[in-house]
Design a binder for this molecule. Structure first.
Ligand code: XIL
Length: 312
């Protein structure tokens, strides 16, 4: 192959991936051709989230997630499962649970159903997402409130392990590309989970940043700190947004340099195994209008693409 995934594999890493979702994306040749050429892994942008997949208790919508897994399988791509436990895009029926025994069973059943359905087809699961508060400490959620401690994570990781023993199980979060309380708490939570015998294999650093962000120059430092957990480190949701919808050649060049710096930090960190970019083209990004990705609105490669290549 000639794409980013082949290139990174030739340098000893496991994959380059992209977020994508939905039949409209996989049926759009502009997107699917890029995925076929450039991707080794695909992350469902929304379809495996709890509110998408189990909006009412025991009633599952598998259709959109199945389309992604089938596309991946028939094209030889790995899948990063995203995500089993998250305070956001969480259905009201889960938020309403107010006792620990019920919530424990609900988490176990959810992991068994979702990770079980795709057993053997998911390289890595974001078992839990964004559980650390921005200032450090526990993020407020039904999980932290009902349990009162971090052990909802033990429940989720053990249930995911039982459902799909060969998947790498990850804890994923954002803004852990900055040093400080949030990163420190994240690292401690991972170490404590391991010490309690919970099956955690990987940590995901989302990496939604802006062009020229202060964290980029020291990105390798935070990867090294995350590697200190003993876990595999994955860059899971990379995008580098412009400050506004306005574009300029200076911003395009800075963005290219930023992609290069981040990719090269992963290349220089042996624990960093793969990089997922959060979408293919600027036409399909969640950061509407701010040009964060490697292909432009017309599916032309941007300078950012060449920066990514240069980083590998
Ligand atoms: C975003 C999706 O890209 C959007 O389409 C959706 O409306 C909201 O969620 N952190 C995560 C991802 O872990 O699941 C989020 O994805 C982006 C932030």
């Amino acid at each position: 192959g000639t794409g980013l995934d082949s290139l990174i594999k030739s340098k000893g890493k496991k994959y380059v991936g992209f977020a994508a979702d939905g039949s409209s994306q996989f049926n759009d040749a502009s997107i699917s051709d890029i995925l076929r050429t450039e991707a080794g892994s695909i992350t469902p942008e929304n379809s495996m989230k709890w509110e998408s997949i189990e909006p009412n208790q025991g009633s599952y919508n598998w259709g959109t997630a199945d389309i992604l897994v089938n596309f991946a399988q028939s094209n030889g791509k790995q899948v990063r499962g995203h995500t089993l436990l998250w305070h956001s895009q969480l259905p009201q029926w889960v938020k309403n649970i107010n006792n620990k025994a019920t919530l424990t069973t609900v988490i176990q059943n959810h992991a068994a159903a979702v990770a079980g359905r795709y057993k053997g087809k998911i390289y890595a699961w974001d078992v839990a997402n964004e559980v650390i508060a921005d200032g450090g400490g526990m993020r407020s959620s039904v999980f932290s409130q009902v349990f009162g401690d971090w052990t909802f994570l033990d429940v989720a990781f053990k249930a995911a392990k039982a459902a799909d023993p060969n998947a790498k199980l990850c804890l994923n979060d954002y803004n852990i590309n900055y040093t400080g309380a949030k990163l420190n708490t994240f690292i401690q939570v991972v170490k404590d989970l391991k010490a309690r015998g919970a099956p955690i294999d990987c940590v995901g650093t989302q990496t939604h940043v802006g062009v020229g962000d202060s964290s980029i120059a020291s990105y390798k430092n935070t990867l090294t700190m995350l590697a200190g957990t003993g876990c595999e480190v994955q860059i899971t949701e990379l995008d580098i947004a412009f400050p506004s919808t306005a574009s300029s050649s200076a911003l395009l060049t800075q963005q290219s340099n930023d992609y290069k710096t981040i990719v090269s930090a992963c290349m220089g960190t042996s624990a960093c195994t793969g990089i997922t970019v959060w979408g293919v083209s600027d036409k399909n990004t969640w950061i509407t209008g701010r040009h964060p990705l490697l292909w432009d609105e017309n599916f032309q490669k941007k300078a950012a693409y060449n920066g990514f290549v240069a980083g590998i």
